[in-house]
Structures are given as structure tokens and as C-alpha cells.
Unconditional design. Structure first.
Length: 491
């Protein structure tokens, strides 16, 4: 996977720098709190939200269990409708396929719909290396591209920017990419949107090749679905003569009936809307409307490795709504760049280490980028138990063990820097296996609580340097229970 932000440090160091940026923290706090409140109101409108959430979980789990069958059905359906299916095992293969397809058209420019998959594989950079310029048409992605920046949120990539910063980017950078911004551009939302609209319109009308991702693929009919709020997706999907869609293999659903569930839960979880303003669907090609040529690139890039993990595979249910980011206290303070990946926040902390592995310092740190408060699980519309997967991945980082990498079974070695953690876990396992020793240790700790330091020494200093040590009770629970209840209610 090539989606690593080159030169990024591990999460603790990157987060420490981000927390010291008051402008970034203010932008994130305002945006996430606003989205969070609106989402809560939209979800509360549905009396059967819990049932929809469970239905989404079951559909996704069923699809993942039979992924091979549904992918073959999808390929047959797309081909029968006039499209061409390509299979990409990794980022390099996907980039080669897309680059070749664009070159075959004779074009040197493409317009793009917002796509996490193409960011994951570094497609824009691969196209640029071959003399092909890719224009992002989503407003937030446009801001990131013009500002030579990196996305920091799944749904709102420029969430770390405020209106004044966006105005300055438009004024200084738009001219180099096409139509310049008005000289008197202000930072009001209407003016910024109009500047982007005029800048992008000429690109929509000139483009002969469009590149997209997809929110869903329907195996039953070979239909792809993109949901968005600005209309740029509709323009990219209908005006070009050639459409190339790069989609992760996990984005498939079996039938149109299954799609109905997610078209209710995704917009409410993502943008707090009852439905997306634009829901575009396309099935192959037709002579009467839309692109004359359609290519679907099915991307693996670590997904089958994640599928082999019985605990971690639930991350593949993700429908990229970003609800988990908006409630995460860690993301709110550290921002998306600290995660060193195009997938930030809680879902990135569990998805990225499975797609890329945990051998790098960045990826090994991501499972620890969480307080395990569980807010992410509570809001997830497909019930991904992110805290469970985080703990599972922490064990993999600290202990090593069996895993699947590039389709092969391997035994991972423990990551460096976790010797103290392994020793602590072994000591805890021994103590819990010897009740007498545990009881004695609890009593000694309670009776000596006034002598306990406020911070831990040695390796523990990293933990207690940012949090208070919990105060010990005057007596262990077992002693309190025996003293107050005398074991009378025990059975």
C-alpha cells in the first residue's frame, strides 16, 4: 500500500505536534461538534435505527463470507452490461492499469470524483509521473490539491482549514490550475463556492476521461453507486467519454434490496441528511447517455489479508461515513494528518495496519491511537467493534504471532519497544492465575496507597505523563464484599 504520508513520524510524535497547534484544534473542534450534533438529530428521526444498523452489519458479514462468489457475479454482470473488469492485487498494479487506460484514450487530463481508494494507491502521483494531470472536483479535495496539502478527514478532507485559509489558497493557487479566483474574493461560503464552481466548470466541459471510486457495487446487476452532495460526481460520471472506476473489493453488496439499507444509514451518519442530494448509479454503458467506455478496476491491496483475520475483518464492513472520527476525542485533538494515512481516525487505526501491516513505526503505533472509550462503536452504522479490533491489533504489535500478508501465512515478530508491555502482561496473567497472590497484592497496594507516586517511573512515565494515576481504594473489592455482605448472596 502506497498511501503512507512519506516522512511522517509515528502517531505519538505527530499528535504531540498537532495538539500544540491552537488553530488546528479550533477548526477541528468546531467542525466535529457541529457534524456530531446534526448526525444525532438525523439518526433520532428513525425509530428503527437499531434494526437498520443490525441489518447493515449482517449484510456486510454475509457478503464478506461469500466475497469470492459475489465478486465473480459482479464481474459477469458488469461485462454483460458493456463494461470491462480489471483485477488489481496491489497499488502498483492498479496504477499501471489506470495509467494504461488513460494513455489509450490519447488524453493527458482527467477529472476525478472524490475517492479514498485512489488516494490509498497514490493514483494522482502515478498519473503525474506519466504526464497526466488529474483534477480533483470535490470542493474539499480541490482545496487540499490547490494547497499542496494532505486530506485529514474521510468525508471532509479539508476539515483542518478555516474559511480565511481557503480564500487565501484560492487567490494564490487557482490560476496555476485553470481559471483564477476573482480578485475581490471574500471568505463567505457563497463566494468560495462560486469561485470553485466557475473554476471547475471548464474542466467538466473539457474532460474526456473521468476517474471515480464507488460507495457500493451491486453484484446482482453490475451497478455502481456514488453518493455525494455537490453535483461534481454527477458531472464526472456522465460527461466524459471514458469512465474508470477504482473500487475496493469490499464495497460490494449482493442485491438492490441490500442497497436500500445503506442508502438510509450512510447519509444520516455522514452528512446528517435524510438522503444525499446526488445519488448516481450506472450499469455498464449505453449509446444514449453517459460514457461510451467503462472500466472497473477491482482493488485488493491488502483486503484479502484483512479478510483472513476473524477479528480484524469487521473493519471491511466500513462504508466510509466518518461518524467515528466526529466523536473520537483523540481525532478531535490530534487531527487526521497525525495518523500518517489517507484513513484517519478510529477506522484508520484499525484498517490501515491491516492493509499495510505493522512493520513500520507509523503502522505499529496506530492501534494505540485511541482511548478505547467506545464512542466509535456506538455511532458506527454497521456496528464495527473498533475497540475490540484495536486491542486485537495491539496484541499483534506487542506479542507478534500468526497473520496473513500478501496471501501467505506468516508469523510476525513483536515490534520493538514493547518489552515492558509484554513483561507487564505476563505478570498480570500470572497474578490472575493465582488468586491468593492477587489478593495479597491488592491488600498491600491499598494499605500503602499514601506512599504511591503520582507518576510512574521508567517506561511507565510515557503513560502517566499525560494522565493521572487512578487513586486506589481504601480496601480491595473482595474485602469490602466480605465485610459488608459476608458472602451471604454468593452462590
Amino acid at each position: 500500500m502506497s498511501g503512507t504520508f512519506v516522512g511522517m513520524p509515528a502517531f505519538p510524535e505527530a499528535a504531540r505536534s498537532a495538539v500544540d497547534n491552537p488553530t488546528l484544534r479550533g477548526n477541528l473542534r468546531h467542525a466535529t461538534h457541529t457534524i456530531r450534533a446534526k448526525r444525532a438529530g438525523a439518526v433520532a428521526e428513525l425509530a428503527d435505527w437499531a434494526q437498520l444498523r443490525e441489518a447493515g452489519r449482517r449484510i456486510k458479514d454475509h457478503t464478506l463470507r461469500h466475497l469470492d462468489r459475489y465478486l465473480e457475479q459482479l464481474e459477469a454482470s458488469v461485462t454483460a452490461a458493456g463494461g470491462t473488469v480489471h483485477w488489481a492485487a496491489d497499488a502498483d498494479e492498479a496504477n499501471r492499469i489506470v495509467t494504461r487506460l488513460v494513455k489509450e484514450t490519447g488524453e493527458s487530463e482527467v477529472v476525478k470524483v472524490k475517492s479514498m481508494a485512489t488516494q490509498e494507491i497514490g493514483l494522482n502521483e502515478a498519473l503525474e509521473a506519466e504526464g497526466i494531470r488529474a483534477y480533483e472536483t470535490d470542493l474539499a479535495e480541490l482545496i487540499v490539491q490547490l494547497g499542496r496539502d494532505r486530506p485529514s478527514h474521510i468525508l471532509v478532507p479539508a476539515i483542518h482549514r478555516n474559511r480565511g485559509e481557503i480564500r487565501d489558497i484560492f487567490r494564490t493557487e487557482m490560476a496555476a490550475w485553470g481559471r483564477p479566483a476573482p480578485a475581490d474574493l471574500t471568505d463567505t461560503p457563497a463566494d468560495l463556492a462560486e469561485a470553485a464552481r466557475l473554476h471547475l466548470r471548464e474542466k467538466f466541459l473539457r474532460a474526456r476521461v473521468g476517474i471515480s471510486g464507488a460507495n457500493f457495487m451491486v453484484a446482482e446487476t453490475g451497478t455502481l453507486v456514488v453518493v455525494e452532495s455537490e453535483g461534481n460526481g454527477r458531472m464526472c460520471l456522465t460527461l466524459p467519454q471514458t469512465l474508470i472506476s477504482v473500487v475496493g473489493i469490499e464495497k460490494i453488496v449482493p442485491t438492490w434490496r441490500d442497497l436500500e439499507v445503506f442508502l438510509q444509514t450512510l447519509p444520516r451518519s455522514a452528512t446528517a441528511e435524510r438522503m444525499n442530494p446526488y445519488t448516481s448509479t450506472w450499469t455498464g454503458t449505453t449509446e444514449e447517455d453517459g460514457p461510451r467506455t467503462f472500466h472497473l478496476v477491482l482493488l485488493d491491496n491488502g483486503r484479502t489479508d484483512a479478510l483472513a483475520d476473524q477479528v480484524g475483518r469487521q473493519a471491511l464492513r466500513c462504508i466510509r461515513c466518518s461518524a467515528c472520527l466526529n466523536v473520537c476525542p483523540v481525532y478531535e485533538r490530534a487531527g487526521g494528518h497525525a495518523y500518517g494515512s489517507v484513513y484517519p481516525g478510529p477506522i484508520g487505526a484499525v484498517l490501515t495496519p491491516q492493509l499495510r501491516g505493522t512493520t513500520s513505526e507509523i503502522d505499529a503505533s496506530l492501534p494505540y491511537a485511541s482511548s478505547l472509550c467506545g464512542a466509535c462503536y456506538e455511532v458506527c452504522p454497521v456496528a464495527i467493534d473498533i475497540p475490540e479490533v484495536l486491542v486485537h491489533l495491539r496484541e499483534r504489535v506487542a506479542q507478534g504471532g500468526p497473520a496473513v500478508r500478501q496471501g501467505n501465512k506468516v508469523v510476525l515478530r513483536p515490534a520493538k519497544g514493547h518489552a515492558a508491555e509484554r513483561a507487564a502482561m505476563r505478570a498480570a496473567a500470572w497474578a490472575f492465575g493465582h488468586p491468593g497472590a492477587l489478593r495479597a497484592g491488592q491488600r498491600i497496594a491499598s494499605r500503602s496507597r499514601r506512599l504511591h507516586p503520582r507518576t510512574l517511573p521508567g517506561p511507565g512515565r510515557a503513560w502517566s505523563g499525560t494522565r493521572d494515576l487512578p487513586a486506589l481504594p481504601a480496601e480491595p473489592f473482595r474485602d469490602w464484599w466480605q465485610r459488608t455482605r459476608g458472602g451471604k448472596d454468593a452462590k
